[in-house]
Write a protein that binds this ligand. Structure first.
Ligand code: GLN
Length: 494
């Protein structure tokens, strides 16, 4: 095999498979075996899908017959366990969904498969995607491949860890308030949250419907661009998807930064919350882009100061409504009742939900239910929605002056397992740089650009774009990637 599968790009691999230089079966077998070997150390995958080998053989047969195969022909993927996969248990890392086997694929998964990707398995996450450290999973914490004592970030921690350890060639995560970008930063991979409405939410377990988006978490900017092309675009099954044509992001990638205008958010400038290594990486990224000819402009988004409050209010409110469907009747888990006949219905619901949901999920349901309750709705949820609109207006003004905004992804790099899980407020505050992107419906991404000085843990740079301007942030990320001081650095588990 002339292809080095640990470094090969998705398009190189798919082309080599289509040209019969290597078979899809060989490639998928390689990654499946690698996952089987390394996953016990990381706990990144919740479930493996041995059928991926059959999927790969089908692709090889199509190629043998001269049939057309897609741009991801034979490229093995891991899928966050929040996305429905036909015939494969989908749990959202909750006891509540144990045993739920969807009869259909989410649109994202269906599109990946149509493009020839194989599905190696389902990736761990915080329960119902609520969390920033992957410690709230019913299936246990995921270890950061750079140092197993540290969290991989969350909620798409399994996706980030699996990708960083290159257990697969690509993964899919979801991002409601930072869950693609923050774990990508913590594990040193490239992750992009598309514009709200760019990617279909059909078949994705809903957390906060007005904020959720799925996107790629992969090894390179080019792979991110290609994967996004495949999964994006109008879907009849999700009325919020945009009819806008999907550009050829990967072919259009352009690292020329001359004349590009990059925004720096005034309000982020003197934040004392930011860890010194993150500040250093951020300043280094700015210097690099300046050296490449980019111009910098200061923009002001005063309402970002309320982003975390707005986000936790709105996301918890929507979650409390979305999670009402898990009642022990329709899906997954039901408490083991001895005598169903004589049982009052509310006891049936209450006991099932008390046993089925974890602590963090219950906290959000309680908070959300309170915010939506009569007498409080206008004061909390209604007000937050109004401020959210104003925040979006402030971004519109900022993007009249620049092509992309640069910022840190999170206030701190990865932290040790067990050190923050008992302090939810501290955990929530880590999301200060990511949540406003979702509130305004903007595309955002993280690209690796540094390592911490003490323990060599990855640090990413966040790029945020105006609505449907994914190409612009991908281009800046592409330029940063080419000049990244951590280019080629991989975790020990490799
Ligand atoms: N950390 C945020 C939360 O806990 C973001 C989660 C997400 O984006 N899914 O809600």
């Amino acid at each position: 095999m002339s292809l080095d599968l640990l470094t090969a790009s998705m398009s190189e691999t798919a082309k080599a498979i289509a040209a019969k230089k290597v078979s899809a079966a060989e490639v998928t077998k390689y990654f499946y075996a690698r996952t089987e070997k390394l996953n016990p150390q990381l706990n990144a995958f919740i479930k493996l899908n041995p059928d991926c080998l059959k999927q790969a053989e089908n692709i090889d047969q199509k190629i043998a017959k001269g049939e057309n195969v897609g741009v991801l022909a034979g490229v093995p993927f891991g899928i966050k366990d929040l996305l429905c996969t036909k015939g494969i248990e989908t749990t959202a890392a909750s006891k509540m969904l144990t045993g739920f086997v969807p009869p259909y694929d989410s649109t994202v998964v269906a599109r990946l498969k149509n493009a020839g990707a194989t599905v190696v398995g389902k990736l761990n996450l915080d329960e119902f995607a609520m969390g920033s450290s992957n410690e709230s999973s019913y299936h246990g914490v995921v270890k950061n491949p750079w140092n197993p004592e540290y969290v991989p970030g969350g909620s798409s921690g399994g996706s980030a860890a699996a990708q960083a350890a290159r257990l697969v060639m690509g993964t899919i995560g979801t991002d409601t308030g930072g869950s693609i970008r923050q774990p990508s930063s913590f594990c040193g991979v490239v992750g992009i949250k598309p514009t709200y409405g760019r990617v279909s939410r059909y078949g994705i377990v809903a957390f906060a419907s007005s904020l959720d988006q799925a996107g790629p978490m992969v090894s390179t900017v080019e792979d991110a661009a290609l994967t996004l092309e495949v999964i994006a675009g109008k879907d009849e099954m999700d009325g919020t998807t945009s009819t806008r044509p999907v550009e050829a992001f990967s072919k259009n990638l352009n690292a020329d930064m001359k004349g590009k205008k990059i925004g720096i958010v005034k309000e982020y400038h003197n934040s004392e919350l930011v860890h010194p290594d993150i500040r250093k990486t951020y300043e280094q990224a700015i210097e690099t882009l300046k050296g490449l000819g980019a111009e910098f402009v200061e923009v002001s988004i005063p309402l970002t100061k309320y982003a975390v409050s707005m986000y936790y209010l709105i996301s918890a409110s929507e979650a409390s409504s979305n999670l009402a469907r898990y009642d022990g009747v329709k899906y997954g888990y039901r408490s083991d009742f001895k005598d169903l006949a004589g049982l009052p219905l509310d006891e049936f619901y209450a006991q099932t939900r008390a046993e089925g949901f974890g602590k963090e999920v219950k906290r959000r349901i309680i908070l959300g239910t309170f915010c939506l309750s009569s007498g409080y709705f206008d004061a909390f949820y209604g007000k937050a929605c109004q401020v959210r609109r104003l925040l979006r207006n402030q971004y519109d003004e900022a993007f009249a002056k620049c092509d992309a905004i640069i910022s840190p992804v999170s206030t701190t790099p990865s932290f040790k397992i067990g050190t923050r899980v008992y302090d939810p407020l501290k955990m929530y505050l880590n999301d200060i740089f990511t949540t406003s992107t979702n509130l305004a419906g903007l595309p955002g991404m993280s690209v690796p650009f540094g390592l911490t000085s003490e323990d060599s843990l990855p640090i990413g740079i966040q790029l945020t774009g105006h609505h449907f301007q994914e190409q612009k942030i991908l281009d800046v990320a592409y330029a940063l990637e080419k000049h990244s001081p951590v280019k080629g650095k991989v975790p020990h588990v490799y």
